[in-house]
Write a new protein. Structure first.
Length: 136
């Protein structure tokens, strides 16, 4: 029990330290580049796992990735179907509840809102949807 508490506390501290991320502005592309013009006019087809979810992706990158890219505290790794299948089988309502309220089970712990209480419920649900889509 103490081990889980220490592990959960460590995850919360790590998540709190990375709550804000900054990205560089994209570099300008030369207007005369024919390859860029051709690529811009080509239709884009996205796979089911690449459906646009900018809010979920932003939340994942700024908060969730700390644990869900490495498997810290038993977190299912994003994109790993074996990790996510049993969780997805429980239904989205259960996934949302665990992500929003926190959860401690045999495989690990999930702090409420990923340890960032300032996240809105909608942002947390979007991040869950983003990760589920990557595992589908």
């Amino acid at each position: 029990m103490l081990k889980q508490f220490v592990l959960l506390g460590s995850c919360v501290l790590m998540l709190a330290a990375c709550g804000k991320s900054e990205t560089a502005a994209p570099a300008e592309q030369p207007a005369s580049a024919p390859a860029a013009a051709a690529a811009a006019s080509a239709p884009v087809v996205q796979a089911a796992s690449e459906v646009s979810n900018p809010v979920g992706e932003k939340t994942f990158k700024s908060v969730c990735s700390m644990c869900h890219q490495s498997g810290a505290a038993g977190a299912p790794i994003v994109g790993n179907k074996d990790d996510w299948s049993p969780r997805i089988a429980q239904g989205k309502d259960t996934l949302y509840k665990h992500a929003l309220e926190g959860f401690s089970g045999q495989k690990g712990a999930m702090p409420a809102k990923g340890g960032n209480p300032s996240l809105s419920d909608a942002d947390v649900k979007a991040a869950v949807d983003f990760m589920v889509a990557k595992a589908s």
